[in-house]
Design a protein around this ligand. Structure first.
Ligand code: FE2
Length: 214
């Protein structure tokens, strides 16, 4: 999804916000199309990491960092910076909104899952590795589309660092930053590699459901 940066002026947060306003707010009300437009707007900002303050590239050994960079007044979208030390990863989770995430520095690993009606998760295939310039997308979970026509089943996933150094990623979500994620799933308890099948318990406690994470 990389796109050439037309000029150095695109490597600022203000220009990223301007591109997103121009594309996301005029996009069709389908989450897959909004993701495509948001990814095209984000791509130029992944060409060079120097626009991001150095203080936002320092990892926290206690856990991956989530830092708000921008939020629209009406909550139409928000932009965040995530910083990952080696070995850090999210819980398995789904989303309340559309979102795109691009790697600015380092690399991330994404594991994707589907859930059956019992809440048992099945891994959908090999891990995806996203390197600098790569962009991934997520769509709202069923019932959480917020008026959008969602085209995927929630994109249950887990994301984590995939290098020995610090990784930094830039995320754009179609809601306020604190309201990005939906359900958190407990860590897999059984792994059966031949079928990519994992056992997991879906967590329903309100405090977990609305806890913000990637
Ligand atoms: Fe996520």
């Amino acid at each position: 999804m990389n796109a050439p940066c037309p000029s150095v002026t695109c490597l600022t947060l203000d220009d990223l916000v301007a591109r997103l306003r121009a594309s996301v707010r005029s996009s069709e009300r389908r989450s897959d199309k909004i993701c495509r437009d948001a990814a095209a707007s984000l791509a130029p900002s992944l060409q060079d990491p120097t626009w991001l303050p150095a203080a936002l590239m320092i990892a926290d050994p206690r856990g991956y960092r989530r830092e708000l960079l921008h939020e629209e007044d009406d909550g139409a979208f928000s932009i965040g910076c995530f910083v990952w030390a080696p070995g850090q990863a999210t819980p398995i989770h789904d989303h309340r909104c559309w979102g795109v995430a691009g790697v600015l520095v380092g690399a991330l690993r994404e594991e994707s899952f589907v859930s059956d009606l019992r809440g048992v998760l099945e891994k959908t295939g090999p891990d995806a590795i996203l390197r600098a310039g790569d962009i991934g997308a997520v769509e709202p979970a069923p019932g959480d589309a917020g008026g959008l026509a969602a085209t995927a089943l929630g994109d249950i996933h887990r994301v984590g660092a995939a290098t020995d150094g610090v990784s930094v990623s830039i995320h754009v979500y179609g809601t306020r930053f604190a309201e990005v994620c939906g359900t958190r799933y407990a860590a897999p308890v059984v792994a059966s590699p031949p079928g990519w099948r994992y056992g997991a318990r879906r967590m329903s406690a309100v405090a977990e459901r609305w806890r913000p994470y990637f």
